[in-house]
Design a protein around this ligand. Structure first.
Ligand SMILES: Cc1ncc(COP(=O)(O)O)c(C=O)c1O
Length: 469
């Protein structure tokens, strides 16, 4: 029997005459669910071609997320892609890998030796931060209730450089946001203004290791020391959560003597993104607690739907498991030595790029302290006829994606151009990128630019004040 397919020109083409062009040439409705299917080849061609104009992930320098994997890691991803992470009964070995990695990360982040480590893999740092925040909210509330005190007004203190997830956490989980504004020239949280923000209702202070905006670390030590002093004065012990989304997989390898982690007693939880400098494809993150009891037992649910009793304490239930297997591959494949080498060369390439751009005279560096390989720049004051958004638009012509953005309050008049140097960028591609950025600036200084910053749908200021308890 002859099979006919109907193409957009409505001719019916017999199977033996069908070509890829016939199969592919169909209209796709924007509004109606497809009435009937098509061949795998046609569907594949449509999906692929519709994404032709998307950015090349390898050239997307605004993203922290991993864009390279070895073939063996891809093979592991394929073999595990149909496993549901949550089904520990059916996939106990994946669960065992996850638990082993939790212990490894607890050790990597210098957790105390004589405790039961606890933590979990998550979809990314966002879920990990939410779990960390929830644990602190629960612990704070229980302690207040035990002391017969009001437990209805929790707040969380952090800096204006905080990633959006913490604003989401505070809004979604009814925690009053106490966000200490930035200042032009200072883009990290220090201890300076904590006195006006921390009180008995503070569930935790969140400090960042590897800020999204400039890659810097908050002043973790001074904040810790200030909280020690605060406890001495008031009797209130406020825990710290370290948002190590990026720094969590850089600091241990490059700065082993720098104490940003569980070596500081007040640090009770840390998150890290396996899919950033953990070098695993998206999405995997980790939250690790100093010890088991910090993750409040009240947050754990026990279910039996998948056969056998199973604890669940993540915000998601079903999720892909392949990232767990690939993360395990990466830990085994690279080991401490490998991560150290990879991070060192990445930082070196970031430094090459940073130096070339600063030497060009067009840019001033924003991150005085460079820990993670992020180059955060602002145009030099001498540049008058174009802005950071023009540069970002212009280099896009060469395929590079560089994010330009205005800084959070009260540094919003500062515009930044941020380049996340990831390990797949080698020395020559860093040089090529530097050359392309400088050529764009040369072109723009001749012809001028007219880009305007995109308007945020919700004014940032509003986000700062709408949190309720
Ligand atoms: C400091 C920080 N925290 C949290 C997040 C959220 O992480 P994820 O995108 O893995 O959910 C990010 C993402 O860029 C980040 O930079």
């Amino acid at each position: 029997m002859t099979t006919l397919i109907k193409n957009a020109i409505t001719e019916e083409v017999p199977l033996e005459k069908q070509t890829a062009y016939d199969e592919f040439n169909v209209d796709i409705s924007e509004t109606e669910f497809p009435k009937s299917g098509m061949t795998p080849r046609a569907a594949q061609a449509i999906v692929v071609s519709e994404a032709w104009t998307d950015a090349n992930p390898a050239q997307n320098m605004s993203s922290f997320v991993t864009t390279f994997a070895e073939e063996e890691a891809i093979d592991i991803a394929r073999r595990n892609m149909f496993k549901n992470y949550i089904d520990h009964d059916m996939y106990p070995q994946l669960f065992a890998m996850e638990k082993r990695m939790v212990r490894w990360l607890h050790e990597l982040w210098n957790g105390p030796k004589d405790v039961e480590p606890y933590g979990t893999a998550t979809i990314g740092s966002s879920e990990a931060c939410m779990l960390g925040g929830l644990a602190h909210k629960w612990n704070w509330r229980q302690s207040r209730q035990k002391d017969g005190k009001d437990a209805t007004h929790p707040n969380l203190v952090t800096g204006g450089n905080v990633q959006i997830v913490w604003k989401k956490f505070m809004k979604y989980f009814d925690v009053e946001p106490r966000i200490i504004p930035l200042k032009p020239g200072n883009y990290r949280l220090t201890a300076d203004e904590l006195k006006d923000y921390v009180d008995e209702n503070t569930i935790a202070v969140v400090a960042i290791a590897g800020s999204t905006f400039t890659g810097e670390d908050d002043d973790i030590h001074d904040i810790h020391a200030w909280l020690d002093d605060y406890e001495k004065r008031t009797g209130h012990s406020v825990p710290m959560h370290i948002d190590g989304a990026s720094g969590g997989f850089v600091n241990p390898f490059l700065y082993p003597d720098y104490e940003w982690d569980f070596r500081l007693p007040r640090v009770q939880s840390i998150n890290g993104s396996g899919h950033k400098f953990g070098l695993t494809p998206p999405g995997i993150g980790w939250v690790i607690f100093r010890e088991r009891k910090i993750f409040n037992e009240d947050l754990v649910f026990y279910v039996n739907y998948l056969g056998g009793e199973m604890p669940t304490a993540t915000l998601n239930f079903s999720r892909n498991a392949f990232q767990i297997a690939v993360q395990y591959y990466q830990f085994l494949r690279l080991g401490f030595d490998g991560y150290k080498r990879v991070m060192a060369h990445t930082l070196e390439n970031a430094t090459t790029l940073r130096n070339a751009l600063v030497e060009s005279g067009y840019f001033t560096i924003m991150n005085e302290t460079q820990r993670i390989p992020v180059v955060a720049l602002t145009l030099d004051k001498s540049v008058k006829n174009f802005n950071e958004f023009d540069v970002s638009n212009r280099v896009r012509q060469r395929g590079w994606v560089l994010s330009a953005y205005s800084m959070p309050p009260n540094a919003q008049e500062v515009h930044s151009l941020r380049i996340v140097v990831r390990p797949h960028i080698n020395h020559s591609s860093a040089e090529l990128l530097a050359e392309d950025v400088i050529k764009s600036c040369e072109w723009l200084s001749k012809h001028g630019g007219n880009a305007t910053p995109p308007v945020l749908h919700t004014p940032i200021e509003k986000l700062e004040i709408t949190g309720t308890t």
